[in-house]
Ligand binder design. Structure first.
Ligand code: NAD
Ligand code: MG
Length: 383
């Protein structure tokens, strides 16, 4: 029995992870559930899965959660610090890191310090402080198992390859809802249109990141840290059908791909069950129903976020952290109709120019760079 702590249980990844747990009660039990503010869903989940601990970050929601669970043997905590404390508990085995954005960094670092297995969905943590996370994981024996579908694909391609070096990886991208569009179209794009992803149903932030291609940029940096790659070993190709989830090319030129229908439950289940594959009844991919799998170059001139992320990948230091913070503010502002679609890329670019570059940042430097970039970006979008 694996005891799971789901950080961000009320989100898109969190709820799908609970579907996986529900379908496999003999394999998984839930030890911790956390949410930012959706107390209704958190309560419902707690009553069903009977964790030992729940955390609601928004402190105003504490009493309603506490009251609803008072007849249960469940401890309830509130606030940001409680997240870190829960991450440090010794009664769970695997943390599913499914908080969105920078907010997941401290609890995830805590779990790594404790040597836990991390099923990692929260890619922004690796973008911000990948070097520190990877180094710490090596010291404590903590394993980072990707949940992101592309990285799960690469991870699956590497199983059984022992130490065969990677020549390069090829990250596939659907291209999002605006594939092929140009700036004269994008300038008028509104929130609701950008939230309609052609292949995946996900949380709001990653859906917007997919529309701007920032998501693929974040994933390039995520891949660098997860698989110990040089920037030039990470390539992106647009693959609109989202059937090939990513590929690894080895030094003999052979390419391995992992394929399947786009359904996050599969990489979530793989990460939680690793090294075992768990039988399920998810819909299967049928080659006879797809006559084309196609590939094209990403348009980094129009989708400048991807070019900016490649710059951050190449230069390293605190630049990915600065980029991520500005992007979180830009997406937030776009989702509230405060700025336009193309403005998001301007905010990110300006922040990357403004915040001083640090080649070898400490954790403290990352905290400061994040704060500085956020503050600058917030001024730009007039918060
Ligand atoms: P979501 O917005 O649906 O859910 C986010 C979760 O984090 C919620 O439970 C929310 O309560 C919690 N949360 C939000 N802000 C918080 C804060 N400040 N402090 C503590 N908790 C907070 O997001 P999602 O789509 O499930 O994505 C989660 C992570 O997984 C992201 O990093 C995303 O990039 C990654 N990811 C998601 C998908 C997907 O299909 N949704 C695929 C690949 C990777
Ligand atoms: Mg992905």
């Amino acid at each position: 029995m694996k005891r799971i702590a789901i950080f961000g249980s009320t989100g898109s990844i969190g709820t799908q992870a609970l579907d996986v747990v529900r379908a496999n009660p003999e394999r998984f039990s839930v030890e911790v559930l956390t949410a930012h503010s959706n107390s209704d869903l958190l309560i419902k989940q707690a009553l069903e899965f009977k964790p030992n601990v729940v955390v609601v970050v928004e402190e105003a929601k504490y009493s309603v959660v506490k009251e609803a669970l008072q007849k249960e043997d469940i401890k309830v905590f509130a606030g940001e610090e409680a997240l870190e404390q829960a991450a440090g508990m010794d009664t769970y085995d695997i943390m599913l890191a499914a908080i969105v954005g920078y907010a997941g960094l401290k609890p995830t670092l805590k779990a790594i310090e404790c040597g836990k297995v991390i099923a990692l969905a929260n890619k922004e943590t690796l973008v911000v402080a990948g070097d520190i996370m990877v180094k710490k994981a090596r010291q404590t024996g903590s394993a980072l198992i990707p949940v992101d579908s592309e990285h799960s694909a690469i991870f699956q391609c590497l199983v059984g390859e022992m130490r065969n070096p990677i020549e390069k990886i090829i990250l596939t991208a659907s291209g999002g809802p605006f594939r092929g569009k140009k700036p004269n179209f994008l300038v008028n794009v509104k929130r609701d249109h950008a939230l309609q992803h052609p292949n995946w149903s996900m949380g709001a932030k990653i859906t917007i990141d997919s529309a701007t291609l920032m998501n693929k940029g974040l994933e390039m940096i995520e891949a660098k840290w997860l698989f110990g790659l040089k920037p030039e070993q990470v390539q992106v190709v647009i693959h609109p059908q989202s059937i090939i989830h990513s590929m690894v090319q080895f030094e003999d030129g052979s390419i391995k791909a992992q394929m399947g229908l786009p359904d996050m439950k599969l990489p979530i289940q793989y990460a939680l069950g690793f090294p075992q594959r768990i039988k399920n009844s998810f819909p299967r991919f049928d080659f006879r129903k797809f006559d084309t799998l196609s590939f094209e170059e990403p348009d980094t001139r129009t989708f400048r976020n991807l070019a900016l992320a490649i710059e951050a990948l190449n230069r390293g230091g605190n630049l990915p952290c600065v980029m991520n913070a500005a992007n979180e503010i830009a997406v937030w502002a776009f989702l509230r109709n405060r700025i336009g679609f193309l403005d998001m890329m301007v905010v990110v670019e300006k922040a990357m120019q403004k915040v001083p570059f640090i080649q070898e940042p400490t954790l403290e430097d990352y905290f400061n760079s994040d704060a500085e970039s956020r503050e600058f970006a917030a001024e730009l979008v007039k918060l």
